[in-house]
Design a protein around this ligand. Structure first.
Ligand SMILES: *Cc1c(COP(=O)(O)O)cnc(C)c1O
Length: 360
């Protein structure tokens, strides 16, 4: 039996993709092998990776002057790899702090010797808000402006693209990429671990504007050097072949489903239904400012935290799993990425109403 899996990551994958992978698993494209067992340098796999890149370019409308890289080390590696590629020690970089993932990126940049200027910090609201557009100034001479469009733990999302005042804008899109259309040309670098909204763990997609290539520190290892990886089609070392293959299948299913406009409509409807249910009840609450509420990660608390364990256990019995909130936050968190259908969100809403009634 398949459950509705509300995990923040690794997250639920589309069933039709898993079934296709299953059907192809032992004999991929008539090779008599699985995709995991073929050479990454052979024609079939090179074509498979090129297909995934082409589908990603189509879906996101990635302009020709951007490279798409398939890297490893997750988004976490990029917290250090971005500074390695765009700066020298002592350079200034600007960061917006909207929560725990921003904070980790800032810490890693400081460890790379950067003078990090935090131009906006939402601490005063306990990280339940995003800065107002135009409310912060980016220092001239900074190497880039970094932000986290969707804070996966806090459930806080930007409803706009920050103005980087002409600097390269760098975005950790791990938990929001492919949830809606974006204008890639607004960004210098977009990076995203795949395991939230794009595939299994082990793959990090980096989209980088080509004028930002070739500036890496001389000490940067080749596998972390965007220019070197771009020149080698992301194959300086053995890439995560199965993850790239699965990414391609997921992108195929997104294209077939009407692309990112259609996905955005579904995601917005899912989030609106869940927030409406939370807001209509005194039993459940979401702390995030309405204009900063995430479409992807919906944290909520019970008025009586003593019932949390019962809620989680009974939800799991009803086939609704991984609703426990992040260990640092408590309460619940429903991650409703692309692969979560409206039926799953509705099942959660129905369960929440039943639980509330039974606890009264
Ligand atoms: C999950 C997540 C990360 C960390 O991803 P890893 O692949 O584990 O390194 C970083 N940033 C955001 C916004 C995330 O959601």
């Amino acid at each position: 039996m398949r459950v509705y899996n509300f995990s923040a990551g690794p997250a639920q994958l589309p069933l039709e993709v898993l079934e296709r992978a299953q059907a192809e698993l032992t004999d991929w494209q008539g090779s008599g092998m699985s995709v995991m067992e073929v050479s990454h340098r052979g024609k079939p796999f090179v074509a498979c990776a090129a297909h995934a890149e082409a589908q990603l370019r189509t879906l996101l409308g990635i302009p020709d002057n951007y490279k798409v890289l398939f890297l490893q080390g997750g988004a976490t590696a990029q917290f250090s790899v971005v500074p390695m590629n765009l700066t020298q020690p002592g350079d200034t970089a600007a960061y917006i702090n909207t929560g725990q993932w921003s904070a980790k990126a800032i810490k890693a940049a400081i460890a790379q010797g950067l003078d990090v200027q935090v131009v906006a910090d939402e601490k005063a609201s306990s990280y339940t808000t995003v800065p107002e557009p135009g409310s912060f100034q980016v220092p001239a001479g900074a190497a880039y402006l970094h932000y986290t469009p969707n804070e996966t733990i806090g459930g806080v999302e930007f409803g706009y693209v920050p103005d980087a005042a002409g600097l390269p804008l760098v975005a950790d899109m791990s938990s929001t990429i492919l949830s809606r259309p974006i204008d890639v040309s607004r960004y210098g670098i977009i990076y995203a671990g795949a395991q939230k909204n794009m595939g299994p763990s082990g793959l990090c997609v980096v989209i980088v504007r080509d004028d930002l290539l070739g500036k890496a520190r001389s000490t940067t290892p080749g596998i972390f050097d965007y220019a070197a990886m771009a020149a080698a089609d992301s194959m300086l070392n053995t890439p995560p072949t199965f993850a790239i293959y699965l990414l391609g299948l997921i992108l195929d299913s997104l294209v077939a489903g009407g692309g990112l406009e259609a996905m955005a409509k579904r995601n917005q409807a899912k989030a609106a239904a869940l927030y409406a249910a939370i807001d209509a009840s005194d039993f459940y609450a979401n702390p995030v400012a309405p204009n900063a509420r995430s479409w992807m990660n919906v944290p909520f608390t019970l008025a009586n935290p003593g019932l949390d364990a019962d809620f989680i256990a009974q939800a799991a019995e009803a086939g609704l799993t991984n609703l426990k909130g992040h260990r640092s936050v408590g309460g619940m968190r429903a991650s409703i990425y692309n692969a979560m259908p409206m039926e799953g969100v509705q099942a959660l809403i129905d369960f929440m109403a039943e639980f509330e009634a039974s606890a009264a």
